[in-house]
Ligand binder design. Sequence first.
Ligand SMILES: [Mn+2]
Length: 438
Amino acid sequence: MISVLHLSDIHMGSGFAHGCLNPETGMNTRLEDFVATLGRCVDRAIASPADLVLFGGDAFPDATPPPLVQQAFASQFRRLADANIPTVLLVGNHDQYAQGQGGASLCIYRTLGVPGVIVGDRLETHTIQTANGPVQVITLPWLTPSTLLTRPEMEGLSMAEVSQQLLDRLRVALEGEIRRLDPTVPTILLAHLMTDTATFGAERFLAVGRGFNVPMALLARPCFDYVALGHVHRYQVLCESPPVVYPGSIERVDFSEADEAKGYVWATVKKQATQVEFCPLPVRPFLTVTVDLTAADEPQAKLLRAIAKHDLSDAVVRLLYSLRPDQVDGVDNAAIFAALATAHTYTIHPQIVTQKSRSRLPELAPGNSLDPLEALQTYLNNREDLAELATDMVAAAQALIADAPVELEAASPQPQADEGAPRAADPEDEALRQLRLL
Ligand SMILES: [Mn+2]
């Protein structure tokens, strides 16, 4: 029986907008959160101890983390090396350069020859000697079309055809690894991918349209005693036998993960009899307070009451409230700031509700849901001045949605209260400016 600590999607260095500067350390508090949480995983691996640590990929937001972040990450994994706990670092999509081969942010550990650290940047089987016997780990990093196909091979193919070709090649390559396995030794598949049955999380916003789905039939096979996955940020068990598990991200990357438990998986790996346990980590709460003031006689009092209902201490808070233009004078920002003061950090997002914006585009009201292209088309139908550009805009949007290497993370997913240049003539902006939030 081999004890395995399986964690994934660390994304260290992301979400700085949700933190603040710690004056004592000079570091962003969210970086400190991520380091502390990773530290708790390493503490457990050393204390129990684990025979093996598997990291499922996505160490940083991109392949070129700043030295401070790289160092914070390395100093935690160094503790595993010092404790003689073998560790496999798998390369996820965020760890790869958008162009070219190799050079992933994690390859430095192989270059330096860190004892006991294996970098999984290609499909390969590693036989690892642990304190409780040998284990075989097949590493399957994030695949892009260029990993398995040359440019001439892809020419003229649709995205669906490229995905099919990729899957065919993956199937053959994986079969080759499986045939060389020693059937008497427990085997783990460690892979960074999206399966066809996973529930989506924030990862789909972080990397749009670059991947393809791997069918569960390719993963949930008796030759594997445990399938350790990375990429999806929400913890989930996709198959019981063998266990196929996403441990999820270890910290909340953004508000879309507000309600998810965060943690790692402790697996006791045995031939045909692996047991898994999810171990939650105490991570910082993300809290959204939503208030509709449009029908309130005393908007300020209602707003403060709504805030008071929540325990804000140490939380990353966002306050969303809607009000009519004539209520703007009834809101005192200083009192709101004071009411939010116990939060770790907060952002305020007032929305002015006017008859004009309601009647203008009823199709885009909050109650309706349209896919992005329909929403764009609806918008364009209402903008005669953009008629000449409309076809190009729709085509560009289709291209973006289908295949563009667009990293949405650079753009803040939540509009910040102090963001954006005010447009002079808009009465809504004028009202917002009165709230001193533009
Ligand atoms: Mn990923």
